[in-house]
Design a protein around this ligand. Sequence first.
Ligand code: NAP
Length: 332
Amino acid sequence: MSDDTHVKLLIIGSGPAGYTAAVYGARAMLNPMLIQGMQPGGQLTITTEVENWPGETEIQGPDLMVKMESHARAMGAEVVTDIVTKLDLGRRPFTAECDSGARITADAVILATGAQARWLGLPSEERFKGFGVSACATCDGFFYRGREVLVVGGGNTAVEEALFLTKFASKVTLVHRRDSLRAEKILQNRLFKNPKVEIVWDHELAEVTGTENPLGVSGAVLTSVKDGGTRRIAVDGVFIAIGHAPSSELVKDQLDLHSGGYVKVEAGSTRTSIPGVFAAGDLTDHIYRQAVTSAGMGCMAALDAEAWLAERDEAGEPDPAGAELPEQAPAG
Ligand code: NAP
């Protein structure tokens, strides 16, 4: 790729939303370029079995993402391994600067940067991150063969991580701040049946404890949300699985956002507060957050971008390059 490229449609992000937008964008002859970002393939590359992708009773997350990437390429999308470090949506054409030094200008942009794991924010969590504290069981579970681990959270991610860890660990303790899980019932049933799993209800992780030299986790302090009582348990690893936050860093000062940082889109569309900029997937969806809904939104974003570009071209007045954008009405 040259250091200065102009494209009609730039897609940022390579999860189900990004790749689906690329498939539709390519089929609409928009010659899309997709920049993969820090984690090519997105969150599904750090999961294991996916059992709710229609047409696949069971498929490994990373395999599904390889298939999506191949599909996007086969349709004609240009898939680039790079990271967008700066995005200027204040002038048209929009400009993206990449980690490699490449600079891309685009008539329309689809944002599909997804979400990333949330942390509790405890000083001890920060202290032991990468040394016994993790947010990715599929990445780090292997290190806990025959050892005891703790998982924090009560959603699908926490239950899936706990079940995955039972393949290696001798015991998995799941700590949840309430007395019921929000994970799907099928996952809950698997968890309750697993003899390696113990659930500590109505407790929060207060502190991770461990050794300084070598740096490593040896235990956790849990606090009861009912009576404030504390209990200590011995564990070798702590997995935080308390949900995700949208990756809206690139656009947080340029687009209208919901509280929590999700990009606002007009109801029933993927249009953001700047015409020509569209958002799809976990970056904008704080309700469903499924691979299949992200893919659906990726499709919508490509169709919305195609319609917007066509309208602009029909009007015969493409925005002059480098024109300042007028004030926009807020989205949503
Ligand atoms: P989630 O559904 O938002 O669940 C987060 C969990 O962490 C909740 O149980 C929450 O407790 C707990 N939590 C949040 N903040 C906490 C804190 N400060 N201290 C202690 N606990 C805290 O997140 P997720 O499990 O990552 O799932 C995200 C989305 O992806 C969901 O829509 C999920 O369905 C989807 N997903 C789907 C699959 C699948 O279909 N197989 C797999 C993974 C994820 P409360 O329950 O008390 O709020």
